[in-house]
Design a protein around this ligand. Structure first.
Ligand code: KG4
Ligand code: ZN
Length: 329
């Protein structure tokens, strides 16, 4: 089963071709980060215009790299949401046009499910499992009894983890996206600033990161007012430790209570080196699966991997209306 998948929910234009959800025949990701960096974050209108400008080129490159004939493609998969409406529509229109022109069936894939199934490209999913999904827009603990059986057991009440990283980075005068920069600088610093660990009620699987973000902003403001310098590396280390302490304690609690076999780390923040290391070292008794860096941030390979499983639960269509298109979860 050869699947061509398209992902364009935010600021990456990506097309991938996978065989049986695992063998990556081609994987092209065109990032717009350098453009959005100038504005300190993703500008939706600019993102959609850039998807329009590059989507055909990315399609062609993916098909050429895969070294296959278009007639060998069995299915087209495309991210149907959540994401930025203009960005999503470019990918959906490109995918449906391609499917229509070549008479292929098409299926819409939820972006978050894509992030979870990124782990199935290089590993086997073992149920029951717990997925810690940490991205720019989402922070969720998801329990899966089986394939395509999802139960969200906890989520953020305010900021997503990636969003908190990006906002803290901006406060510290660091570039967008904040996650990779904070991750790098934290390695050079020490956890010297006293920041809160917000765990909410006992036994809650929900998260809250806006208090931590405000604590960093207030500390920086107070130090500035006193004319004292902020040690950026130490602030990054303190913030990152606080985030990861909370992520790990909630993951441990959920894994224990739900008696899972495997824990999957998913989403852009799963690229965080310290989180990857600490979850391996501190969460014992479960198989821990973390996708390679290239499958953590937004990419179309994860959409193809999810589609490969999704078609066992949902019929792809030939009517070229992507079922369930939505900018929301
Ligand atoms: O999954 P993703 O590519 O896009 C969304 O679906 O949101 O995640 C992007 C988020 C950004 O907030 C970015 O700062 C964060 O992932 N991120 C990281 C790292 N690399 C990317 N956060 C922490 N550490 C990293 N190394
Ligand atoms: Zn994402």
């Amino acid at each position: 089963m050869i699947i061509l998948a398209v992902e364009s929910s935010c600021d990456e234009t990506s097309v991938a071709i996978l065989k049986d959800g695992k063998e990556v025949l081609s994987h092209v990701v065109l990032s717009q980060i350098d453009i959005h960096k100038l504005y300190g974050g993703v500008v939706p209108e600019i993102a959609s215009r850039n998807h329009v400008a590059h989507v055909t080129k990315v399609f062609n490159e993916a098909i050429t790299n895969a070294n296959i004939d278009i007639k060998d493609i069995d299915l087209v998969a495309v991210t149907k949401g959540p994401g930025l409406i203009g960005s999503l529509l470019v990918g959906i229109n490109a995918a449906t046009a391609f499917a229509f022109a070549h008479n292929k069936p098409i299926i819409g894939v939820n972006h978050l499910i894509g992030h979870i199934y990124a782990s199935s490209i290089e590993n086997e999913m073992k149920f029951p499992l717990l997925a810690l999904l940490v991205s720019g827009g989402h922070t969720e603990l998801i329990y899966m009894k089986d394939h395509f059986d999802f139960k969200i057991i906890g989520s953020t009440l305010d900021d997503a983890v990636g969003e908190a990283y990006d906002k803290v980075a901006r406060t510290l005068g660091l570039s967008y996206p904040g996650g990779p920069v904070v991750d790098r600088l934290a390695k050079e610093g020490k956890d010297t600033y006293d920041l809160p660990r917000v765990t909410l009620e006992k036994d809650s699987y929900d998260f809250s990161f806006s208090g931590l973000k405000s604590a960093v902003i207030n500390k920086v403001h107070n130090l500035n007012q006193k004319g004292e310098e902020v040690n950026i590396n130490d602030m990054c280390a303190s913030f990152q430790n606080s985030v990861i302490d909370v992520l790990i304690s909630k993951t441990k609690l959920a894994a224990e209570n739900f008696k899972v076999k495997q824990i999957i780390l998913a989403g852009g923040v799963a690229a965080n080196k310290s989180l990857r290391e600490r979850i391996f070292n501190e969460v014992e008794g479960y198989e821990i699966v973390i996708p390679s860096f290239k499958y953590c941030t937004d990419n179309a390979a994860m959409i193809a991997a999810a589609a490969f499983e999704q078609i066992k639960h949902e019929e792809p269509t030939h009517n070229y209306l992507v079922k369930g298109f939505s900018t929301k979860d």
